[in-house]
Write a new protein. Structure first.
Ligand SMILES: C[S@@+](CC[C@H](N)C(=O)[O-])C[C@H]1O[C@@H](n2cnc3c(N)ncnc32)[C@H](O)[C@@H]1O
Length: 306
């Protein structure tokens, strides 16, 4: 398998040569239906699912059972209504064997203001999470956020209900015990990610901000894991993976984008394993499966970081 490479080609064909169960995270933003025809060929909305399914079949084959597939996508408006190809795609992928585990929302903090007769500006995109099985690798501590100002007041005055597990009134299964959070300075984030779009377009008309793949790579992989972006464009996912010390493979059908991606990853110094960033669970897993990484982490000196 080609490790730490940007490969020119159709991802479906290229992945046919990859071994089964070899990828820890697939993170990608495919060409959107019928958009950007002039830059990399549009796929008609009505044909999108048939175009995409043979590719997701390969993704399913190459992903490890413990791995995750994150698909950044948003349905476009056709004839005045949102097209249903994303919904159809989810249903078909479930038939293929995928679990549709979660949906994250990317709230684009800086979306352009505008006026349309029948809708408001579009300020979010989907990040659909698919898995092969219910138990998959997830390192939640790696994306914890500061607890925020609300905590001081809220946690200072706990009610009786706050001290026991309060089951959701709407039976969502998301019960909570507020008192668990007293004295903590970090909390887990929710499934809405607030990030600005990238203003400089990195020679690609549809590049996403590097913080987006970075967040998901931290959440679903540890150092030494393999990250794949089958529609890598200007290489953003590969850059994020390399920065975090993960291995990567990027594929794009356009040779100019491949050239840009290669240039970008070349400029990156690979990250070093930072023990503090990961949970003890993640570290234990690395220690068992890849002990050499722990040795490297224990031994590195400040000079290594330069
Ligand atoms: C939305 S863009 C990805 C942008 C990327 N996330 C970035 O940050 O630059 C989709 C990319 O898919 C590529 N593409 C289209 N069809 C492809 C295929 N069959 N195999 C591989 N790449 C393909 C296009 O050339 C385009 O660069």
């Amino acid at each position: 398998m080609n490790v730490n490479k940007i490969i020119l080609g159709d991802c479906e064909r290229v992945l046919e040569k990859f071994p089964d169960n070899s990828i820890d995270l697939i993170f990608t933003s495919p060409p959107y239906a019928d958009q950007r025809k002039r830059t990399y060929g549009g796929i008609k909305p009505g044909e999108y699912v048939d175009w995409f399914l043979p590719k997701t079949e390969q993704f399913l084959r190459v992903l490890k059972p413990t791995g995750t597939f994150i698909l950044n996508i948003k349905e476009r408006v056709v004839n005045g209504e949102r097209h249903t190809y994303v919904i159809q795609l989810i249903l078909e992928m479930r038939k293929q064997g995928w679990l549709w585990t979660e949906e994250f929302i990317w709230h684009k903090k800086n979306s352009y203001p505008g006026k349309w007769p029948n809708r408001f500006r579009d300020a979010w995109e989907r990040l659909l999470q698919f898995n092969k099985q219910r138990k998959f690798n997830m390192y939640q501590e790696a994306v914890m956020i500061p607890v925020g100002d609300w905590a001081q007041d809220r946690l200072a005055n706990l009610s009786e209900t706050d001290r026991i597990r309060d089951e959701s009134k709407v039976e969502s299964g998301f019960g909570k015990n507020i008192s668990n959070w007293v004295g903590r300075d970090k909390v887990y984030p929710d499934n809405v990610i607030h990030m600005a779009t990238e203003c400089s377009n990195r020679n690609h008309s549809a590049a996403f901000p590097i913080d987006l793949p970075t967040w998901f790579i931290k959440l679903f992989t540890v150092e030494g894991d393999m990250v794949l972006d089958p529609f890598v464009g200007s290489g953003t996912t590969a850059v994020a993976a390399k920065q975090l010390g993960r291995d990567y493979v990027g594929i794009d059908i356009n040779d100019e984008y491949c050239r840009v991606a290669k240039e970008r990853v070349l400029q990156i110094q690979p990250g070093l394993f930072d023990q503090a960033k990961y949970s003890h669970v993640a570290r234990e897993r690395v220690a068992q499966s890849q002990p050499h990484l722990m040795e490297r982490a224990a031994n590195y000196t400040p000079e290594d970081l330069e």
